[in-house]
Design a protein around this ligand. Structure first.
Ligand code: NDP
Length: 339
């Protein structure tokens, strides 16, 4: 039995592939080019359990057909992590919305046509962005749960790259649940979505640390490169560590309790002051170099809408990594590379 991981080169996916290999699964990872596949395979020590397949663009119709034709009887589990996550887009539909939505729909269509007898579980990496309503961010008494949906409309998703990304995650996840509903009798697979908050934590391979990192790790990377007078008041949100996100992707298909669920992954709230406090206290070399801690953290100043993911925590049954550990492990890896 094999597990297909789409977007295997990604920040989260590399941890997932690693965890799957450690648990003895055969893994088929999709990458966008032969070169990326070769590099990743060699980073995993050319592990025999790992196969690489090229899917250059998930937005293309039938992008996954060949994979399911080739491995028709093998793939029992699909972990769909591939989706554009950046705020550089200028054509929001083309660069963010369509790949996310079409990637999800196309994958499920391929499974229905070529893997309906073998694929048992699909896990889709959605986001907390498909849960929270950005426009109600500052309502401090508002509490979200895994049952909430971001009410963002298609036209609101055209306003800026951030909203386009949020829309892309929301519409893609909805498309997956709708697909399952519409094809009930034709497809037997179980679906689980993973809805993580902003993800911190180290890269699986330290050699992948470059000047600019993936969008969520870049929040920490850019903080480490900030001048002391940087305005950090707008840095805030919910966070979770990448190692926990990976663990949750595996439990999503290993634990029957997760079938049909949206697993909301958040270890709590943070803001710029929390980052400044921890980094200044734990890394002597950063004092006077990065923004200082001048106020109190996320829970004290400017409280904002909360996320109650107690249902998810009960299903997963493990304690999430704390902000302090996640942040320090991330920063230590970056600083080791830089200095
Ligand atoms: P990365 O940018 O590191 O990984 C994204 C992956 O998707 C890469 O492998 C990328 O390939 C691939 N990809 C993007 N667009 C396409 C496309 N059009 N065709 C084929 N492959 C594509 O991001 P993360 O690991 O952080 O994110 C992974 C998933 O988790 C995404 O679905 C994201 O929305 C979701 N998520 C992430 C959070 C975070 O804070 N990091 C929070 C919540 C959800 P390549 O690198 O070759 O371009």
């Amino acid at each position: 039995m094999s597990v297909l991981v789409t977007g295997a080169t990604g920040f989260i996916a590399q941890h997932i592939v690693n965890d799957l290999l450690k648990q003895g699964y055969k893994v088929i990872g999709t990458v966008r080019s032969e070169d990326k596949g070769k590099k990743l395979k060699s980073q995993f020590g050319n592990n025999d359990l790992l196969e690489m397949e090229v899917v250059p663009d998930i937005a293309q119709p039938r992008a996954f057909d060949d994979i399911f034709k080739k491995y028709s009887s093998e793939i029992k589990v699909v972990l769909h992590t591939a989706s554009p996550f950046h705020f550089r887009a200028t054509d929001y539909e083309k660069e963010l919305l369509i790949p996310a939505i079409q990637g999800t729909k196309g994958l499920l269509q391929s499974i229905m046509e070529f893997g309906s007898q073998t694929v048992e579980h699909v896990v889709i990496t959605s986001s907390i962005a498909a849960i929270k309503d950005t426009y109600r961010f500052l309502e401090k008494d508002l509490v979200y749960t895994e049952d909430n949906w971001n009410p963002i409309s298609w036209s609101e998703s055209q306003l800026n790259p951030q909203d386009a990304y949020r829309g892309s995650k929301n519409f893609a996840e909805k498309a997956a649940w709708d697909f399952l509903q519409h094809n009930k009798g034709l497809i037997k697979l179980n679906l689980t979505t993973i809805n993580p908050a902003l993800i911190f934590g180290p890269q699986l391979f330290a050699e992948n640390i470059t000047g600019t990192l993936n969008t969520s790790a870049e929040v920490i990377n850019s903080f480490l490169q900030s001048m002391p007078d940087r305005d950090i008041t707008n840095i805030r949100g919910d966070f979770v560590d990448v190692r926990d996100v990976s663990k949750a992707h595996l439990l999503a298909f290993q634990n029957e309790e997760a079938i049909g669920k949206r697993l909301g992954l958040s270890a709590g709230q943070f803001n710029g002051q929390d980052l400044a406090e921890i980094l200044n206290r734990r890394f002597q070399q950063l004092r006077g170099v990065i923004p200082p801690c001048t106020s109190e953290g996320a829970y004290k100043i400017q409280p904002y809408a909360k996320f109650d993911n107690s249902k998810t925590k009960e299903i997963l049954g493990f304690e999430f990594i704390t902000l302090e550990k996640s942040l320090c492990d991330t920063a230590a890896q970056i600083l080791k590379k830089e200095y």
